[in-house]
Design a protein. Structure first.
Length: 490
């Protein structure tokens, strides 16, 4: 589930901010995202609600822009944003209204915070869809179980052409959880499907309901001691989704499937600090295919106990070999549920775990040879056999030794011959270059060749010339020139 909220795909917003080119950049981003999701055999659920400026984000322009819109402008703009999502991104499911009370507050449009006002907005969006002849997208709308008059919203929305009725579950206080079952009965009686595009247990007391702002509430979720509570809540939602035959269930905050924060480390941080820190920890865990106990438990809830390891990966390949490291890449393998990541082995020992290719291994020893292979693992800890090995020799950038014993071996009126002792080096010797000049300080390269340690200069030496030889390794790094040899003409 992904939010593409108003006004992210509404072009006039970017004219207002003075950056009209940003619209097409967002279109391209979300189109690529949709392709990536569908390429993995997954469904894309999009919520087209209203953006708010959460702590840690750059949403400063939202509130001033919303203030420029009256109710009619707002409804039409919301409708166009949703039409653009349907036509340009083509999600599988599109929730048009999700939390009328939150949306009304975020947009500064109090009319939406009532069943009749929300219904007016919904009818405007549905009319725009009909006029634009939008097809191929399953559409829905709904409300959070905590909203006053919750069943009125469900009843009103169920009379429209929507395919499903959406619901959000956050506070588990009062009668908010039983409201899910009440709504399910109403929705099924209306012949609609039911879905849940957001669900997570807010940690707030009854006395805090409607008092705390969303940043404070969300910042409480980041700590690892909540894992048992989060797991129990998810199990209840999965059981409900299966019992009531939901179209889909999408838990919120999947970052906590990847990582939590430790309370003793972050207890003094503010909400503005905690939320970005939580996102950063989750991103780091995602890169290495790590999961919390909550993530593993959710995997088991939706697919059962998985005892099948992923398919053994093919041998990795190497690129970017340098004098200090190498980049290892591989083709993703498959698993009956999904590959979480890969263990990368160097010379038989695990040196990294990554969710996807590539792996940059550095620093390494110049001239050394290493063996790499990998195994794949899934979220429930099943590990494949190791792939075939890849052998990599790191380049030795060190120049070969300076050629020694440069000497004149023969001389005639029209030529002279030189020889020298071979150079050596860990990076190998690629060849030699001969230098000549009329003085020891004006010498330049006159010839180069492979591993021959002799050279014939095919010209007469009228008076005096100076010669030297330098060696170079297999990638062209040169030694300093040898001692200069002075040669007089015959």
């Amino acid at each position: 589930m992904v939010h593409i909220n108003f006004p992210i795909l509404y072009q006039p917003f970017y004219a207002y901010t003075g950056a009209p080119g940003n619209f097409q950049q967002f279109v391209a981003f979300y189109q690529q995202m949709a392709r990536d999701i569908h390429a993995r055999g997954m469904k894309l659920v999009v919520e087209a609600t209203v953006n708010e400026a959460l702590d840690g984000t750059q949403g400063a322009a939202y509130a001033p822009y919303y203030a420029t819109l009256d109710w009619t402008d707002y409804m039409n703009a919301r409708a166009q944003n949703a039409v653009n999502i349907a036509q340009l991104v083509k999600p599988d499911y599109l929730s048009l209204i999700c939390e009328p009370d939150s949306e009304a507050n975020n947009a500064g449009q109090p009319t939406e915070n009532s069943p009749s006002g929300a219904m007016q907005l919904l009818q405007t969006i549905l009319g725009a869809f009909e006029q634009a002849k939008v097809t191929g997208v399953t559409i829905g709308a709904g409300a959070g179980t905590w909203i006053a008059g919750y069943t009125s919203y469900i009843q009103e929305f169920s009379t429209t052409s929507l395919n499903y009725i959406d619901t959000h579950v956050y506070p588990v206080n009062n009668n908010f959880l039983p409201n899910v079952l009440t709504a399910a009965t109403m929705i099924h009686q209306a012949g609609k499907a039911m879905a849940m595009s957001e669900a997570w247990p807010d940690k707030e007391a009854n006395s805090e309901l409607g008092v705390l702002n969303i940043n404070t509430i969300d910042s409480r979720d980041v700590f690892s001691f909540w894992a048992p509570i989060d797991t129990a809540f998810l199990q209840a939602m999965v059981d409900c989704a299966e019992y009531e035959d939901f179209a889909f269930l999408s838990p919120s905050y999947p970052e906590y499937f990847a990582a939590y924060l430790d309370y003793t480390t972050y207890e003094a941080d503010t909400p503005a600090e905690l939320l970005p820190a939580g996102f950063t920890a989750a991103a780091a865990a995602n890169r290495v295919g790590a999961f919390t106990s909550t993530g593993v438990a959710f995997s088991t809830m939706i697919v059962g106990v998985d005892k099948t390891a992923p398919v053994t990966p093919a041998a990795p390949t190497a690129s970017g070999i340098s004098g200090t490291g190498v980049t290892i890449t591989w083709i993703p393998t498959t698993d009956k549920v999904g590959v979480a990541g890969y263990k990368i082995f160097r010379d038989g020992a695990v040196v990294s775990e990554l969710a996807m290719s590539p792996f940059h291994d550095t620093p390494l020893t110049p001239g050394a040879t290493y063996s790499y292979n990998l195994s794949a693992f899934d979220a429930q800890g099943n590990v494949s056999a190791q792939s075939p090995a890849l052998s990599v020799t790191i380049l030795d950038l060190a120049a070969p030794s300076v050629p020694q014993n440069l000497r004149l071996t023969s001389e005639t009126k029209n030529s002279l011959s030189l020889s020298w002792s071979p150079s050596t080096g860990g990076g190998g010797v690629g060849g030699y270059r001969v230098l000549r000049g009329d003085s020891p300080t004006t010498m330049s390269i006159i010839d180069g060749f492979d591993l021959v340690t002799s050279y014939t200069y095919p010209y007469a030496i009228p008076k005096v010339s100076y010669f030297a030889v330098e060696s170079y390794n297999l990638i062209g790094v040169s030694s300093v020139p040898s001692a200069v040899l002075e040669v007089s003409g015959p």
